[in-house]
Design a protein around this ligand. Structure first.
Ligand SMILES: [Zn+2]
Length: 349
């Protein structure tokens, strides 16, 4: 995948696993959180139970707010998630998993999530794995131990940004599992709040899904879109920026697509955001935007859905192919080039 080829690092492998895998449940995120925490504490060898405790606690905390499995799936009483729901209250009150929850996590975690964490989505041919290994399970039965690799420790060193990304991805996936909001997310993708800061659920209610900067930064390798410096935090010195200036929509004569949409939004450092202001993007920047959007396309619903639905001219088919999306970007460039007349939007308006 181009995303990995452009930056073949352990961080990119981590992002492939966390941001771009298919999710029928949220176990991978809970494991990711537990791994970052353990590696951040300098651990490199621990028992399955030591990893299962933060894993189970992360799941019960999140399960308080949203379902951790698609509403379409029926859970058996013996399912780990059923036990997590039953044990949530007592575990949260104690600040650690109950014995029953811990045992269920230790029993189920290796096969349920640890064997799958490194897998990329099955792309129709053979399923493949990411290019780096973050842990190995050694031994058998009660003697099983989890060995954390140097690659994981390297990834965990930049954990502030990666945990924010993981958190945002988790929010997007669990919101899409929610029966009330999920249907609209899968049909219509996420929409941006007016200030471009938040991703929201459309149609049913404008519910907050995730921070836009947290949800998008991973798809640009955690770097400023313009100067490529690594962003170490996602706080106030990091901005969300419209590549095609949002101010163009307020001129009254704008006849192009909605510029306040995921396809046009990137994360940038304060300096670049300020310097860019309202200038039109360069050709290189449009190409980089295309590459970033294609990275998002590898991520399952609903971010992917947002791009398919918004990167099209009125009356045109959903932009399901990379060529259609590229053609859309070319149309927007034409539309914003002075003296250009016949565009898809001008014709239909
Ligand atoms: Zn910058």
């Amino acid at each position: 995948m181009e995303f990995y080829r452009s930056e073949p690092t352990a961080q990119s492998s981590w992002r492939l696993a966390v941001l771009m895998g298919a999710n029928s449940r949220t176990y991978k995120f809970a494991l990711g959180e537990a791994l970052l925490q353990a590696a951040g504490e300098g651990r490199d060898d621990l028992t399955v139970a030591e990893l299962a405790a933060p894993y189970a606690m992360a799941l019960v905390r999140r399960a308080q707010r949203y379902p951790q499995v698609s509403a379409k799936q029926e859970l058996a009483a013996s399912d780990f998630l059923s036990i997590a729901v039953e044990e949530a209250e007592a575990s949260l009150a104690a600040g650690q998993p109950t014995q029953r929850l811990l045992e269920a996590a230790v029993t189920s975690m290796p096969a349920m999530v640890m064997q799958k964490f490194h897998n990329l989505r099955d792309n129709g041919s053979a399923s493949s794995t990411v290019g780096h290994t973050f842990y190995e399970v050694r031994g058998r039965g009660k003697d099983r131990r989890v060995h954390l690799t140097p690659e994981l420790r390297q990834v965990a060193a930049g954990a502030a940004v990666l945990s924010d990304e993981l958190d945002a991805r988790w929010s997007i996936v669990e919101t899409s599992f929610d029966a009330g909001i999920g249907t609209s997310l899968l049909r219509s993708g996420v929409v941006l709040s007016a200030d471009g800061e938040a991703l929201q659920a459309p149609i049913i209610r404008r519910a907050h899904v995730a921070s836009a900067r947290h949800a998008l930064v991973g798809f640009q390798h955690g770097r400023c879109f313009y100067c490529h410096q690594t962003l170490t935090t996602l706080k106030r010195d990091v901005h969300v920026d419209h590549v095609f200036p949002y101010s163009w929509m307020r001129t009254g004569s704008w006849r192009g697509p909605d510029l306040n949409a995921v396809w046009n939004l990137v994360v940038a450092c304060a300096g670049c955001n300020l310097a860019k202001s309202n200038r039109r993007p360069t050709e290189t920047e449009v190409q980089a935007l295309d590459a970033r959007n294609e990275a998002i396309m590898a991520s399952p619903h609903p971010l992917k859905r947002s791009l398919q639905l918004t990167m099209r001219a009125p009356g045109r088919a959903e932009a399901k192919t990379a060529e259609q999306r590229r053609s859309f970007l070319r149309d927007v460039v034409h539309l914003t080039t002075e003296g250009h007349a016949g565009t898809a939007w001008a014709v239909t308006s």
